[in-house]
Ligand binder design. Structure first.
Ligand code: PLP
Length: 471
């Protein structure tokens, strides 16, 4: 036992470790609490190791002081790393919900930061010096861009649907096609949300076919609205029929019942012009005469997370007065980012160039090839012991948008010679700036569509580091 006692005595004291240069120097950027905690934890780990030592191992056991210091520095750095942080999306899924969906555009950075770090006109009208409305900042521009009479913004599209139904259809009936009772993901099911709103769901038609007559037959004095949900994330193919929005609108007019459309991934840009599939645009729905349209801010629109409601003023005024609106209220950061993003749409060319989501979706294959060549070249110049190839593949839109769309792209395929592919993927994921890739056929694939050229260096450095430690 006394041998173990000797070992315990050899464990460095907390204060001595704190005075080591490597640890002391971290004190400039890391809080003392984190440093002391890391030192204690690592000392504790050694103590436990000694306790567990078998008698036959006690003689040979040595405390490795260099390793101890290195472990302490590593745990300090890990603890000091912010949890919600940048990653490199090499998956090729443009609207990757788990990686934060749409990316904001660089050019709005200053405006957003100004509002975040200064007092602002959030609810203050400069002209009159009186209280203003937080919705006013984006209402005008949303009306201008969509042609709608009025607009408002809540936290996300799920909240928008809830607010619209809760305001227009509480304790009343809403007619919706069975084929549109979708689950969007993250447990957002249209029927559940409708239930929460207090609206009574009246399902018409069948999974694959709904006719106009099905809607008309279901209309009665309890009917508050006809709802159309854009089935963004799935397609029924084959013997199918949906009622045209146009016909639904005519029906609504005939019975004086408002038409609500949850368009999901709201876009102002007609993507079919770029060879992608046709997604309904918000303007088209408004022009056709839909009374209320709801959509997300951070899907195809390419802005911050938000739920946008546009349409007839008389309905939106009712929503603004609904007390539940307060619970869905958007933050000033969201409003600043949304206004900045929307302003770019005043010039569509500029929007396509500057808004990352639009840029990544409409970039030409030629440009993708150039990007891939560049990354391929840099990797080849700097990395040994890997098979690196360029291969053809497909990117996805993601975010439950355009589910059938396969965007042709170039993938960089990497296979280390001396490291298992699962370990390699794990190390990439645990890189200082995590690199999120996918594995296919025993190699790691990186899609350059969703990687910014500014990130190429980080990728090369990351891989060099991984292989120098493991290769
Ligand atoms: C994505 C989506 C939603 C949910 O939008 P969030 O902004 O994520 O809350 C609702 N309806 C449809 C049709 C969608 O595609």
């Amino acid at each position: 036992m006394s041998k173990k006692r000797d070992l315990f005595a050899q464990i460095p004291k907390v204060d001595d470790l704190l005075n080591k240069e490597q640890i002391k120097s971290l004190g400039e950027k890391v809080s003392r609490t984190i440093i002391v905690e890391s030192v204690r934890e690592n000392i504790d780990r050694i103590r436990k190791k000694i306790i567990k030592l078998k008698d036959c191992d006690v003689d040979t056991f040595k405390i490795d002081y260099d390793e101890l210091l290195e472990n302490i520095v590593n745990s300090i750095n890990n603890k000091n790393m912010i949890n919600l942080r940048k990653v490199i999306n090499a998956t090729g899924v443009v609207l990757h919900t788990n990686l934060g969906r749409a990316l904001l555009c660089e050019s709005i950075k200053k405006d957003v930061w100004d509002v975040a770090s200064s007092y602002s006109t959030l609810e203050f009208d400069i002209k009159s010096g009186k209280r203003g409305s937080r919705y006013a900042h984006v209402e005008g521009i949303l009306s201008k861009l969509t042609g709608a009479e009025s607009a408002m913004v809540v936290n996300n599209n799920a909240a928008a649907v809830l607010l619209v139904l809760g305001t227009l259809a509480k304790n009343k009936e809403v007619i919706v096609s069975r084929g549109q009772l979708v689950e969007i993901g993250g447990a957002f099911r249209v029927p559940d949300v409708m239930l929460q709103s207090g609206a009574k769901l009246v399902e018409v038609g069948t999974t694959n076919k709904t006719h106009l007559l099905d809607y008309e037959d279901a209309i009665n004095e309890e009917t508050a609205a006809l709802l159309k949900v854009h089935t963004s994330n799935y397609k029924i193919i084959g013997f199918t029929q949906e009622v045209d929005l146009k016909d639904l609108i005519v029906l609504g007019k005939k019975y004086n019942i408002p038409i609500i459309e949850d368009i999901g991934s709201g876009t102002f840009v007609d993507f079919s012009r770029f060879g992608l599939c046709k997604e309904p645009t918000v303007q088209e729905s408004i022009t056709m005469g839909v009374d209320i349209v709801t959509f997300s801010g951070d899907k195809l629109l390419g802005g911050p997370q938000a739920g946008i409601i546009v349409g007839k003023k008389k309905y939106i005024d009712q929503m603004k007065k609904n007390p539940i609106t307060r619970a869905f209220r958007v933050d000033k950061l969201t409003l600043a980012a949304l206004e900045g993003t929307l302003r770019l749409y005043l010039n569509e060319k500029e929007a396509l160039r500057k808004i990352p989501t639009l840029r990544m979706l409409t970039i030409s294959l030629e440009e993708i090839k150039q990007k891939a060549d560049l990354l391929y070249k840099r990797l080849n110049e700097n990395i040994k012991n890997c098979f690196i190839e360029k291969i053809n593949g497909f990117s996805q839109v993601g975010g439950g948008s355009m589910p059938l769309e396969k965007l042709p792209t170039i993938l960089i395929s990497i296979k280390p010679k001396f490291l298992s592919i699962n370990k390699f993927e794990e190390m990439l994921r645990n890189n200082k700036t995590p690199i999120i890739t996918r594995i296919s056929e025993d190699r790691v694939l990186m899609d350059v569509r969703t990687i910014d050229e500014n990130e190429f260096n980080m990728i090369v450095e990351g891989i060099v580091n991984i292989l120098s430690n493991w290769g």
